[in-house]
Design a protein. Structure first.
Length: 446
């Protein structure tokens, strides 16, 4: 039996007696309920992923990878969402797997309670109020071994620990913290990763064909080809904030978004900055062809409840025709979509801003445009924080049609940080946050 076919419905989900499921699905698909705001963005459908044990899922793909899932269910597939070519079907991708943070002697440690978990590409279908897993593809090395989601390099990545933060785990040069996903015309996939940060080309069967990383990363020991093809300035990515968004333009070029401003020249500069970067990569040339500066809105504009600029992130970029992109600016509680055009005059690739000795750095400029930086112009499309029914931590956005978007949230595998994440027996105390696909209809065509 397929690992993703075996599951149990979420607790408490019932259907009113006497109402046929097909009727319920039809009503949901038809649009918003009576009284929905006219001329405003609104939710027209919400579907939830049922419970599938993580061990059953993982071992069904690669037998023996997970010996103890600690009571964790499949989650984290909300790292991104990409149309699969059939109505209601999408490709999604997990991140590195269940992980959290626990303080030990005043220092935060990164925990991996299911270290054998292997990131996977997951095909889903939205059926009424349910998200069904149709297929899954494990991401593997050239020889078909799991890449895992463990950090790559000592001294550069966070040190990995077991679920209780007491037992150190080994680093893994194959490990990927996968985030964005698109599918190429030949059936292969492109993913982005936060560790390198990296652009990863994966075969239709999940084998890593090439991992493109910044020049000077010096990653050795991986079980697949590693090519240093990205600007070296991206070595300054903030820990756990590498590439997160990925889009495929109509001509085939890829656009990669760094989740947060680079830590350039140091951590404090990155934490205070509102300027991050996008890269344009040509699969035909196997090279970066452009780089763009992107300026966040002030954090209290994106999320009125937040005053910490470092909480600003880009989690998704979506191609909407020509060289136009939707860019998602978010915190964990709110998100806004902006429309940008990647014009040639905004290209900063190879400029002084790619030199990490430039002072002040791009990230340190209070007003980059006033300093002559061609920052991408943007136009607000929708404030998702004001749309009733949209979950928090939206990490994936896909275009369904001319005025409808599909959103997917990252539920972090039901994990929370701190010592209360697991009980005395080492079993997960689930957060109750579920993976949802939410359709939002916009008041205007994209």
């Amino acid at each position: 039996m397929s690992p993703h076919a075996e599951g149990r419905p979420p607790a408490g989900r019932t259907v009113a007696a006497g109402v046929h499921l097909a009727l319920v699905a039809a009503l949901i698909a038809a649009g918003p309920a009576m009284g929905a705001p006219s001329g405003e963005a609104h939710v027209v459908r919400t579907a939830t992923l049922g419970d599938i044990r993580l061990g059953v899922f993982s071992n069904g793909l690669l037998p023996g990878t997970v010996d103890d899932d600690r009571g964790v269910d499949l989650g984290g597939i909300g790292s991104d969402i990409y149309p699969a070519g059939r109505k209601g079907e999408f490709w999604t991708v997990t991140d590195r797997g269940p992980n959290g943070q626990i303080k030990v002697a005043g220092t935060k440690r990164r925990t991996f309670p299911v270290p054998g978990f292997d990131p996977a590409i997951v095909r889903i279908r939205v059926m009424g109020d349910t998200v069904k897993v149709l297929d899954a593809i494990p991401i593997t090395t050239s020889r078909g071994k799991p890449v895992t989601g463990l950090p790559n390099q000592r001294g550069r990545d966070e040190a990995p620990y077991d679920y209780n933060a007491l037992t150190a785990l080994p680093y893994d040069p194959n490990g990927l913290d996968t985030e964005g996903i698109v599918r190429a015309a030949d059936g292969s996939f492109w993913l982005v990763d936060e560790y390198g940060p990296s652009l990863v080309h994966v075969s239709a069967r999940g084998k890593v064909l090439t991992r493109y990383v910044p020049k000077g990363l010096n990653l050795t020991g991986a079980g697949y080809p590693v090519v240093e093809a990205l600007p070296s300035v991206f070595l300054h990515r903030k820990i756990n904030r590498g590439f997160e968004g990925l889009a495929q333009l109509p001509g085939g070029d890829l656009v990669l978004a760094v989740q947060s401003p680079l830590s350039l020249p140091d951590t404090d500069a990155g934490e205070a900055s509102r300027t991050t970067r996008l890269l344009r990569f040509s699969p035909k040339r196997k090279a970066v062809t452009a780089e763009y500066a992107y300026r966040f809105d002030p954090v209290d504009v994106v999320d009125p409840s937040e005053d910490d600029t470092s909480e600003l992130k880009i989690s998704s970029v979506v191609a909407v025709g020509g060289d136009r992109l939707l860019v998602e600016e978010r915190t964990d509680k709110a998100a806004r979509l902006q429309l940008v055009r990647l014009d040639r005059s905004s290209n900063i690739l190879g400029s002084s801003w790619d030199d990490d000795t430039t002072s002040p750095s791009l990230e340190q400029l209070d007003d980059p445009a006033a300093s002559g930086v061609p920052v991408l112009a943007k136009k607000p499309v929708v404030d998702l924080g004001r749309v009733a029914g949209v979950p928090g931590k939206i990490e994936g956005v896909a275009r369904v049609d001319h005025d409808t978007l599909a959103l997917i949230n990252d539920n972090d595998f039901g994990m929370t940080d701190g010592t209360g994440a697991f009980d005395a027996d080492g079993r997960l105390v689930d957060s109750g946050v579920e993976t949802k696909v939410t359709y939002v209809r916009l008041p205007h065509r994209l």
